[in-house]
Write a protein that binds this ligand. Sequence first.
Ligand SMILES: C[S@@+](CC[C@H](N)C(=O)[O-])C[C@H]1O[C@@H](n2cnc3c(N)ncnc32)[C@H](O)[C@@H]1O
Length: 185
Amino acid sequence: MSNKSVCPWWMGYLLLIPLRKLSQNPVKILKPYIKEGMTVIDYGCAMGYFSLPMAKMVGSTGKVYCFDIQEKMLQQLSARAEKAGLTENIKPMLITAEENTETLKSTADFALLFAVAHEVENQDELFARLAGMLKPKAQLLFAEPKGHVSLKAFKLSIQKAVKCGFTQKETLEIGKSFAVLLEKE
Ligand SMILES: C[S@@+](CC[C@H](N)C(=O)[O-])C[C@H]1O[C@@H](n2cnc3c(N)ncnc32)[C@H](O)[C@@H]1O
């Protein structure tokens, strides 16, 4: 998958600042959708601002598959997971080949795509990949940053998701973001 202006790896540290919780609290955002024992995806996870809270939410019987195209992001994610004692259920997945998403064929219960799609050149392929990894009726929380993405561009992305087999369920209120909950048909 080709990409455009990808967030540099050092920005990964800025995404972890505690102040972010005031507008984007991972537990508040994800609690309605993630339950213990689930297999979930954090797609474009960076250093795991969302992945670690997700791992706590799925517990020891669940798994969080954390996809990214930058190895440095995943190295920091792994270091943070180790420090938090969460290596058992956090699975860093470097996207270098189709196999990485093939391993999750229709088995995931939930996916998060937060502030990632605008960095991806081929969004049709992106949503098709996500659809391929999710179970039927599984949910995808899709959010984009208001500062970087226009409402028009966000709606265009939703249209691409719909073409790939997602239905829009509801609009979500998340700080500094456009956000929707999508469901795989
Ligand atoms: C702005 S960061 C957002 C990180 C995280 N979701 C968050 O909200 O803290 C975007 C991340 O998406 C990753 N990314 C960009 N293009 C990607 C692609 N095609 N597939 C997977 N990850 C990608 C980048 O490497 C970067 O870590």
